[in-house]
Design a protein around this ligand. Structure first.
Ligand SMILES: [Zn+2]
Length: 382
């Protein structure tokens, strides 16, 4: 496989820098560093402290009043895997604000036991769940080709995760979709995104699909029929039915930690009994066995992995110090996800040689160097 020029492809700055407040580097696509070398996610966190959250809640109530159902019909869709964040959104909408949400789950590639248990607990706590599960053979093929073409095995999954709730909302005549946090603002996009209440459908491609539309796959040997479940609704249908995707994190002060406590208390959410490979946390994105490969390939491309993202968030929220975050990153960030490696190979129908060839093509050698038999980061957070 041909070596990919990652820095060029993602337009990454040539001078590698780390945020002085958290531990993220400027190699994260679309993140912005200011003159004091502080990242836009940290700046957004400071900005959030100045927001009048009471006023935002009033805005939320006004919005909900416009959509609230007066009969037994659903009035909003919450895309939900049964994880802590969506559980918090759905539960609060129902129990604090009197809405009637329909929750929509896009099935993980391979459920973990704890992920399935959390979905059942969530379902038992009072939610109707519709699950989308595309044909297994196509899902697996798409995962394999997404890995080869984009260096991210989850790119196929993301289409369904983002678009399937929209399709369901349209079929049920629901005009309001609540997604969780505005990830662009929360984790380091442009300050233009800080006050966005919702993401227009036209922006989905840029933000979530790394500028690849589903049509790209038609040229790679997939048929429209095979990808039916992944396909977006027609723009005209969306416009006619006026179905909007709002960020819950615009209206309520978003915190992964608080969401965890909220979901534990209210929807029976349980953390894993061991930490996720590549990081130290036990409660974030624990429902898919193959998810660790999404993060590991990001590590190859951008030089920072899942631990960096988790630790950066916790520094911002004041749960750990920057020094503690650096120690965690040194310990866990580069860890290879060996626990489900065999299952990943089986799922994608790749052998080990093919896997390492793909990994080699997507490893950004501007950020990595080979020392003996080990690839080590050229730049580490200090
Ligand atoms: Zn930062």
């Amino acid at each position: 496989m041909k070596k990919i020029d990652i820095s060029k492809k993602y337009n990454l700055p040539s001078d590698v820098k780390f945020c002085k407040k958290c531990v993220i580097s400027n190699q994260r696509p679309r993140i912005i560093f200011d003159k004091d070398q502080i990242c836009s996610a940290c700046r957004y966190f400071d900005y959030k402290k100045t927001i009048d959250w009471k006023k935002r809640e009033e805005e939320l109530k006004n919005l909900l009043d416009k959509y609230r159902s007066n009969n037994e019909d659903y009035d909003c869709v919450v895309p939900s895997s049964g994880g802590k964040d969506s559980a918090y959104v759905a539960h609060e909408l129902k129990n604090k604000y009197g809405m009637n949400p329909l929750t929509v789950t896009w099935a993980p590639l391979k459920y973990t036991d704890i992920g399935w248990e959390n979905l059942i607990n969530f379902n038992n706590s009072g939610f109707d769940v519709i699950m989308g599960m595309p044909q297994g053979d196509i899902k697996r093929k798409l995962t394999k080709h997404a890995l080869i073409e984009m260096g991210d095995p989850f790119q196929g999954f993301i289409y369904g995760q983002v678009l399937f709730p929209v399709t369901i909302a349209l079929r049920f005549g629901i005009k309001l979709i609540f997604r969780g946090e505005n990830a662009e603002a929360e984790y380091g996009g442009s300050p233009d995104s800080w006050n966005k209440k919702f993401l227009p459908f036209e922006d989905f491609k840029k933000i979530w699909f790394s500028n690849y539309s589903l049509d790209f796959w038609l040229n790679k040997g997939f048929t429209k029929k095979e990808l039916r479940f992944f396909y977006p609704p027609a723009i005209e249908e969306l416009q006619n039915k006026k179905c909007d995707s709002y960020f819950y994190g615009y209206y309520r002060n978003w915190s992964n930690h608080s969401n965890f406590y909220y979901a534990s208390k209210n929807t029976g959410f349980k953390p894993n009994n061991r930490r996720t490979e590549g990081t130290y946390t036990k409660y974030s994105s624990i429902d898919d066995k193959l998810d660790t490969f999404h993060h590991w390939f990001a590590l190859l491309k951008f030089g920072h992995g899942r631990c960096t993202s988790n630790a950066a968030r916790e520094v911002r929220e004041g749960y750990i110090t920057r020094e503690e975050a650096i120690a965690l990153v040194q310990k866990y960030d580069s860890e290879f996800p060996s626990l489900y490696f065999k299952e990943f190979l089986e799922f994608t129908n790749l052998n080990e040689i093919e896997f390492w060839e793909i990994a080699s093509a997507w490893r950004n050698e501007r950020l990595w160097e080979l020392k003996g038999n080990d690839w080590v980061k050229k730049y580490s957070v200090k």
